[in-house]
Design a protein around this ligand. Structure first.
Ligand code: ASP
Length: 301
């Protein structure tokens, strides 16, 4: 395995399956996370240059559960506000003894940082709309918790796919498996990169996309990433692309519904979020186990 987790493509299929199996050890029979004092001498810095609830908190909790010291880097009160670059910022943390940097950044800076600071371990916690590898790992784990194997599954992803790093990493991750089908659906202007995808197919009608689906992933509109004003009639958008109980009827009865959060209830109804098909809250919990596994593997290497 590489020294850093910069992209899901850094992992082989075996690495992905091993990390998922390893993550299961961190959950006890009651569903609680084990606390193991495995790395009392390691310092993990959480450097988030974009907002986050689940990813940031779960990395902090995972690192705490492993006995690490956690530095919650406060970007709003840091010298980044005085014009310091991310390179000097992370170098300063490196000089102070931080062992591992969990980085979320709107731009693709993580590769250069990893080359610049080879003694530090880097874990990508969100790179613009490009990648989010630990989200893909927790998504694959959640599917395997319910379906055991990804081979043969029909998976549908619906929403603002162009801006979604969750989609790009998920697609890279599941390309290791022999899926039954992978279908992309959403407003054509939000799916320009997915009209003729390398793997899978685009389907403009949500009901048709959902036919026979085993797994449905809904994604919010990432308003913050649109360069132009988005002239969207939300009611029309919802009637076409919102995952509702009626539309979900086209999927298999035991289909699981996923969403990385945060949920806006435009892309999915509250009824579907709360339905028996929904595994959205399990995804959040799986995030801690996966990040415990990732931190252990990369701190240990
Ligand atoms: N939380 C996910 C991300 O950071 C999805 C989203 O923000 O819509 O990419």
């Amino acid at each position: 395995m590489a020294n850093n987790l910069l992209s899901i493509n850094d992992l082989s299929k075996k690495d992905i399956l091993d990390l998922i199996e390893f993550s299961n050890n961190f959950i006890d029979d009651e569903g609680n996370f084990r606390k193991e004092n495995l790395f009392p001498d390691k310092i993990v810095a959480n450097v988030f240059c974009e907002p986050s609830t689940r990813t940031k908190s779960s990395f902090a909790i995972a690192a705490n559960n492993l006995g690490c010291s956690v530095l919650d880097f406060d970007i709003e009160n840091s010298s980044i506000q005085k014009g310091e670059s991310i390179f000097e910022t992370v170098d300063a943390l490196n000089l102070m003894g931080v062992d591992l940097c969990v980085l979320r950044h709107p731009e693709s800076v993580i590769r250069e940082l990893a080359e610049y600071l080879p003694k530090m371990v880097f874990i990508n916690a969100g790179e613009g709309s490009i990648s989010h590898p630990t989200q893909a790992l927790l998504d694959i784990k959640t599917i395997m918790d319910h379906k055991e194997n990804l081979d043969g599954l029909n998976i549908v992803i619906v929403g603002d796919l162009d801006h979604s790093r969750v989609t790009s990493s998920f697609v890279e991750g599941v390309s290791n498996f022999d899926l039954g089908s992978l279908t992309f659906c959403g407003h054509p202007e939000m799916c320009t990169k997915y009209q003729n995808p390398k793997i899978g197919k685009y389907e403009s009608q949500l009901e048709s996309a959902l036919e026979n689906a085993d797994v449905v992933m809904a994604l919010r509109i990432q308003y913050e990433r649109f360069e132009k004003e988005l002239n969207l009639d939300l009611e029309t958008y919802k009637s076409e692309y919102q995952l509702s109980s009626e539309k979900l009827e086209s999927a298999k009865g035991d289909a699981i519904v996923m969403h990385p959060g945060p949920v806006n209830y435009i892309e999915i109804t509250e009824a579907v979020y709360d339905s028996e098909n929904s595994v959205i809250r399990q995804q959040v919990a799986n995030g801690v186990a996966i990040r415990m596994a990732v931190l252990s593997r990369f701190l240990g290497s």
